[in-house]
Design a protein around this ligand. Structure first.
Ligand SMILES: *[C@@H]1O[C@H](CO)[C@@H](O)[C@H](O)[C@H]1NC(C)=O
Ligand SMILES: *[C@@H]1O[C@H](CO)[C@@H](O)[C@H](O)[C@H]1NC(C)=O
Ligand SMILES: *[C@@H]1O[C@H](CO)[C@@H](O)[C@H](O)[C@H]1NC(C)=O
Length: 483
């Protein structure tokens, strides 16, 4: 056997949603640049998320990333043809169908494992069946968690202490039990229904299976770093008893290619010419632009956008606002014309990392998805936190109460990702929070703190840093599976 054949081969199975696939692509590159043989498994309509990044990487270096597809059974479960990604799911019914289709991927994926015999499987935690596939072939399954330690510690305690039985009113505020490193306050209405044992049986059962999959897998890879949440890493490992590796922030490992397409058009093609956007920012003063973006899958109503527009007008600062491609005319017409010169509206997909890393950007209004928070941290930008769903309310508390690098907009109610709701944050509350990160005195304190974290993030991924060493340790362990 020669050296190449001896290399461990890792299979990666990313969950089919932008917020999971983008960090997964970075993670795969990370393993590939350390000389491991890597293969990504996805479905045909999701190929483009990976294909371009892989092409660029394999051209510019000797790293090797393979790409395999399995058929996504859209039509079998009653989804439109080509609907293979969470971002095309718009109703609760579609959500169920989508998750059913994800379950049906088990057989075709098993067939691939049989054919290629990888040494190790890294599967997103959403694939609760991945442990049983891995054990069939006697290989370890690592779980990739698109979230962070802090939120895992919170959820663990909510369930452990059966908070759902203790809370009476929706507005009840409580300290998360379980002797966490900080006193974390939450309001009942912020909790995800499945963390309170509410909602559809289907979803509750799925969540149980996912949690069991995480508990039973070989170990968990987290896109986080020691200096960001060390006390919670300790809690996760020693109180919750989980084997884990913190090897992030993944995206920071690849900054030397800053000008490259694959970096600026992460996930999807940017809806705006990246150099045009950069030129616009170049003309603005340092820290004078506030960037407003709700992530890849959140649905912001026109009524809410109206409030955002008023607040941005009153704030009087420069801004970049990212809206959905199909956002209605009023914004295109009136708001855009009225704020010409100081406002830039991007319809669709924004080159977020480039924007946040520009010195003109001084604040970030974010839905608190974990990838967005990490991007705010590694670029040193204080945040206005506006959680909507998933674990975003927990992430918010890490930003505002533990790290103190952001201000809450006052979003207090979990809203489902799909389906309608009429929760609106008013322009006055919004304006107040935006002023706090852009103008008020506390802005500088938050900026100083987040700038320190930015430096720590840079060090942690460098040789001798914590994430770097964790990655080395993980790779050594993976190599030992082979023998
Ligand atoms: C977003 O909400 C609107 C109504 O407010 C609805 O018509 C539309 O289908 C929703 N889109 C998604 C992707 O959920
Ligand atoms: C931000 O830009 C600077 C200067 O161009 C670069 O050195 C750095 O790596 C970038 N950081 C990120 C997180 O993109
Ligand atoms: C992105 O743009 C390239 C070149 O302009 C095009 O070939 C590709 O299909 C686009 N990708 C997506 C997902 O739209």
């Amino acid at each position: 056997m020669n050296a190449t054949q001896d290399q461990p081969h890792i299979f990666f199975l990313p969950f089919l949603a932008p917020g999971h696939m983008i960090p997964s692509m970075d993670m795969v590159r990370l393993f590939a640049t350390r000389g491991l043989k890597t293969t990504i498994v996805t479905t045909p309509a999701n190929l483009h998320y990976f294909a371009k990044a892989i092409e660029i990487n394999t051209q510019s270096s000797s790293i090797k990333i393979d790409l395999l597809t399995i058929k996504f059974p859209s039509e079998e479960v009653g989804l439109p043809k080509g609907c293979e990604n969470f971002d095309c799911v718009t109703t609760p019914e579609m959500f169920h169908k989508f998750l059913k289709a994800v379950d049906l991927l088990q057989q075709p994926f098993t067939n691939l494992m049989e054919k290629y015999h990888p040494t190790c499987l890294v599967a997103d935690i959403f694939f609760h069946w991945a442990n049983s596939v891995a054990s069939k072939f006697e290989v370890p399954r690592l779980g990739f968690h698109g979230s962070n330690y802090f939120s895992r510690c919170i959820v663990y305690n909510l369930l452990q202490h059966e908070l759902h039985k203790k809370l009476s009113s929706d507005s009840e505020t409580f300290v998360v039990p379980g002797y966490l490193p900080h006193e974390v306050m939450l309001t009942n209405s912020e909790l995800a229904p499945y963390d309170k044992k509410q909602g559809s049986i289907f979803l509750l059962e799925l969540m149980d299976k996912i949690r069991e999959g995480v508990r039973e897998c070989y170990g968990v890879i987290m896109n986080s770093f020691f200096e960001l949440e060390s006390a919670y890493i300790d809690y996760y490992e020693n109180v919750m008893g989980m084997k884990q590796w913190h090897i992030g922030p993944f995206s920071l490992y690849f900054n030397n290619e800053g000008e490259h397409d694959a970096v600026n058009n992460r996930g999807k093609n940017s809806s705006i010419d990246v150099s045009e956007c950069r030129r616009w920012l170049d003309e603005k003063e340092v820290n004078s632009v506030i960037y407003v973006c709700f992530g890849s899958v959140s649905n912001v109503s026109n009524a809410q956008l109206h409030e955002i527009a008023i607040a941005l007008e009153d704030l009087g600062q420069n801004f970049i606002l990212v809206v959905k491609e199909d956002t209605k005319e009023w914004i295109a017409d009136r708001f855009e014309r009225k704020t010409k010169g100081r406002g830039l509206i991007i319809r669709g997909w924004a080159p977020q990392k480039m924007i946040l890393n520009h010195s003109s950007v001084g604040g970030f209004v974010t839905h608190c998805g974990w990838n967005s928070i990490l991007e705010g941290v590694i670029t040193g930008v204080p945040m206005v936190t506006w959680p909507l769903h998933a674990e975003q309310f927990y992430n918010e508390k890490l930003v505002t109460d533990v790290l103190r690098i952001g201000i809450q907009v006052g979003s207090k109610r979990f809203v489902p990702r799909v389906g309608n709701h009429n929760i609106i944050i008013g322009n006055k509350e919004l304006l107040k929070a935006m002023k706090s990160v852009m103008i008020d005195e506390i802005a500088q304190d938050m900026r100083n703190r987040v700038q320190k974290l930015k430096e720590m993030a840079r060090k942690t991924i460098s040789e001798g840093g914590s994430s770097y060493s964790q990655l080395t340790a993980l790779i050594t362990e993976i190599k030992s599976f082979k023998s």
